[in-house]
Structures are given as structure tokens and as C-alpha cells.
Design a protein around this ligand. Sequence first.
Ligand code: NAP
Ligand code: 8YV
Length: 323
Amino acid sequence: MAKVDILVPGLLPAKSVETLRGLFACHRLEGHVGVDAIPADVAGRIRGIARGGHFPVGRDLIDRLPALEIIANFGVGYDGIDLARCAERGIVVTNTPDVLTEEVADTALGLLLMTVRELSAAERHLRAGRWEREGTYRLTPATLRNRTVGIAGLGRIGLAIARRLDAMNVPVVYHTRSPKPGVPYRYYADLIDMAKAVDTLIVVLPGTAATRGAVDAAVLRALGPDGILVNIGRGSVVDEPALIEALRSRTIHAAGLDVFADEPRVPAELFDLDNVVLLPHVGSASVFTRDAMGQLMIDNLTSWFEAGKPLTPVPETPWPAKA
Ligand code: NAP
Ligand code: 8YV
């Protein structure tokens, strides 16, 4: 039987691409190419997309593919896909929840400790030969020992972060749109109220229209001069110019960022600040976890084309489709 044609745009693990090539007739798109890069005869045959590395899937691409049935996203966050158009066209979108939760929570804790205890600066001090020449690295003004962490987004990853903080004896509170039954943490319906009550804010929110710029100058002011912000969710959630100003003016103490508004471009102003730790979106970036994400993306495609149902559809394109 002829293989199903799928489009494979963006960055994916080599192992996932190899597996996809064994199962499907793959049309690879690499780099920033326009929809015209897909020849019309190929476009008409494409029934699925294996979407790698945040490749934009807008209305133009979706409408170039009249036979498109499913977009299997490589990642739990699926911002950058025109969900409204998918819903209109009856195209199902899937993501990769759970398989990356513990890895991303590990990274969040690493980033938190790097930021609070200045671990990357301390390492730079040693590597520059300054320990021997000038003495040991300074005692850090911040510690986790007297902090309370507010988690914005107590979903799968937020809860895994909270469990780790429990083990470290760090008090946790949280903010989401609706309280989570059965969790032992205090709930804040309002992000500013939570920021006022804590000194450490960990953002694990998805990138949506509702969360865009949610961490703004007012939230940073509420966090205060001992405040530490860690963002492991999406760059769009933080107002970057407001954050740069808050770091410069010491309105907050420090920040640790794994995600940025316009990746891979990082604002030059951040490079000049010594109170920010910068990671290049590595939350889930181990071979183990990226392969597991790739496999779940592939399993969604095979389940769809063989059994007619996706494994992990996103709520905006539910399955079975609503009448
Ligand atoms: P999840 O289980 O869906 O959790 C999302 C949480 O955000 C939920 O608690 C949800 O609660 C809350 N939320 C959503 N919209 C909100 C809003 N407008 N205001 C307040 N709270 C809101 O997702 P997850 O698996 O934990 O992943 C979370 C996000 O992390 C992903 O969407 C992705 O952007 C990011 N991520 C980053 C990396 C990385 O490498 N840095 C890796 C994986 C994921 P309510 O519905 O009650 O509001
Ligand atoms: C990946 C992520 O960086 O799952 C997500 O939402 O942000 C990360 O796991 C990404 O999806 C793969 O490029």
C-alpha cells in the first residue's frame, strides 16, 4: 500500500526523522522557507504534518494543504499553530504531554538554583583563574532557605516543580485560572496578588493570547527588590523590555530565563546584565526526552492513519470532534 504523504518541517531529532521516513512518504522542509517551497502536486497529497522546532504553521501553510488531516506537534506547547483555522477545517492537532514533564521540571530547578545562588557566575570566576588570584566567589545575597515560590501555571510541569520544591523545604503557592482540587498549595486567582505575597516567581504558562505579557512591570514591582523571576514557560508571557528595566534598576534582584519572545534572538541588553542567567531553551533538551517526544509525535500520526484516532489531541481541537 502507498505510504501516506506528510510534511516534516523544522528541527527534529535525527532518530525521529529516520523513523518517520520508514513509515511515511516524508517531505522535509528545513530552514525558514515559504509555503511556495512546497510544489503544488505535493501540497495536494499532504495528509499530515510532523511539526518540529516551533516551525510556524499559519493559515497560509494550512490552506496550501487541502488534504491535511492532522498536525502532530513536537513539544507540549503548541503556540505558533493557527488553532482557529485547524478547528474550522476539522484538522486535529496533537502535542507531547507528560513525556517531558520531569525533564523540564529538573531544568527549572537547575535554573532556579543557578539564579538564586549565582552558580554560573561562580563557575566563570573559577575558570577565569580568579579564585586563586583574588579569593573565593562572593557569598550570595540570595538563598532558597528563606524564600516562598509562586508558580504561575500549576499544570503537569508546574506540579512536578512544586514536588521538587516540597522536597527542598521551600513553601509553594500558585496562580492559574481555576483552583486545582487536591493540591496542598495556596491558590491566588490574581497574578499580582501572588507576586506581592512571594519573592520568587516561576512561570510555566503556555504561550497564548491570554498569557501574552502577563508578567509586566506591575507584576515585577509587586515581586520587589528581593524578587527572582524564572521563566521556563514561554517568552511571550514576560514583557521583555519591562523585565530588562526591572533588572537594570534592581526593581527585582535577578532572573533566570530559558525562553524568550523572539527565539533564537535574545535582546542584547540582557547580555550586559550580571543579574540574569540565560539558557537557550533547553528545558527538555536531552537525547532521552527529545526521543520520547519524537516517538509520541510519531505514535499520534500512526494511530491517526491506522486507527482513526489521535492519542494526545489538544483541547482546542478535541477528538471526537464536537458536532
Ligand atoms: P499544562 O499541564 O497544560 O499546564 C498549563 C497550566 O497553565 C495549567 O495549570 C493552566 O491552568 C495554566 N494556565 C493556562 N492558561 C492560563 C492563564 N491564561 N492564566 C493563568 N494560568 C493559565 O501544560 P504543561 O505540560 O505543564 O506545560 C506548560 C508550558 O510549559 C507549555 O505550554 C510550554 O509553553 C512550556 N514548556 C516549556 C519547555 C521548555 O523547554 N522551556 C518545555 C516544555 C513546556 P488553568 O487552565 O486552570 O488556567
Ligand atoms: C521544546 C518546548 O523545546 O515542549 C515544549 O513546549 O518548549 C520544548 O520541549 C520544543 O517543543 C521542541 O523544539
